[in-house]
Design a binder for this molecule. Sequence first.
Ligand code: CA
Length: 332
Amino acid sequence: MPSTALCQRLAPRICAAALCCTLVSAHALHIQLQVVAQGLQNPWAVAFLPEGKFLVTERPGRMRVIAADGTLGAPLQGLPAIAAGGQGGLLDVVLDSDFAHSRTVYFCYSEPAPTHNGTNSTALAKAQLSADQTRLENLQVIFSQRPKKASQLHFGCRIVERRDSTLLLTLGERYHFKEEAQNLQNHLGKIVRIHKDGSVPKDNPFVGRSDALPEIWSYGHRNPQGAALAPDGSYWMNEHGPQGGDEINRPTAGNNYGWPVITYGENYGGGKIGDGKTHQAGMAQPVHHACTICANTCGCPPTSHWASAATAATRKKPNQSALSIGVNQLKS
Ligand SMILES: [Ca+2]
């Protein structure tokens, strides 16, 4: 495993790749990387369609169907307005568990304020992929992070459907507003749980509290950009921490994951964050923390039966145009 000192010397992306490789080798994963498509700009997420096709987002605001042989489809019609810039744009996409019948997809993105005042926030939308796979139909925005902020940073934006058919969406604290991750009256630095129609599940942890928003599932997050269900149905995520403090967490209902009060990292360029604490009563420790953990499925915990996890391995490389898919076949 790369040492902390080595990580601090290397560019984050290089270190991320090294850590991914190390995690893979340490747990006897067998990864075969294969370039399946080229000509994409900032590919950010991939969902696996029937017949070997791929549904891929590009951060500048495009979603495409890619054929099994790598042929790029034209950008789908029907997307909402997207505030592309910095870290923002069209980000995650997932298929509904009933996609085979409903053709429903969920995607999240940086949503501009309707007043065009330069602010934005993460939003989650649902739509149906048309039968000819050329457009999105019946678009509905089912969640918008509040408040909107004038920032191009820390959108979070990973969608996971739980086995109870609710959706979990990760939300960043927008970088300049890190203290708000502890404020239960907004959506900054939170994970929210909603029904597929956008309504709030009655068993969410803060339902009925006047001092908290009922959508919130967990809080105290920085920029959570990786999330997945483990084979046992438990929810795991990883989040970009400050320098040297990326985390893997297993968020459960109502828990506080500490940012920015506790952290293992420091400010970029040096200097402690807050009081420099790593522990505090009432705040959960990460399952794992490291200098750099890439925010995709290769950063998720190894388990005994990841049947066919895949990762868009290029999503953090701004100039990369190819989509590489790694399929692991875990033996341990
Ligand atoms: Ca934490």
